[in-house]
Design a protein around this ligand. Structure first.
Ligand code: SF4
Length: 63
């Protein structure tokens, strides 16, 4: 099963992924980091868009 990894070290909290795919990505106000809404989200076209448009290239889909 594919997994989505976010390298929060490189993430700039630009919110692009949240805007493109709020079903899967959200900003956790407590940790101040982007997190996933579920452990095994479906890899939809919106997820792929978020990966493609992340300016820091810090979202990875791992198979
Ligand atoms: S698009 Fe990339 S850099 Fe921007 S908030 Fe999402 S993970 Fe972070």
């Amino acid at each position: 099963m594919a997994e989505i990894l976010i390298d929060t070290y490189f993430c700039s909290n630009c919110m692009t992924c949240v805007e493109l795919c709020p079903e899967v990505f959200y900003f956790n106000e407590d940790t101040e980091k982007i997190e996933l809404t579920s452990i095994n989200p479906e890899i939809t076209e919106d997820v792929r868009q978020a990966v493609a448009y992340c300016p820091e290239k810090c979202i990875e889909i791992k198979n």
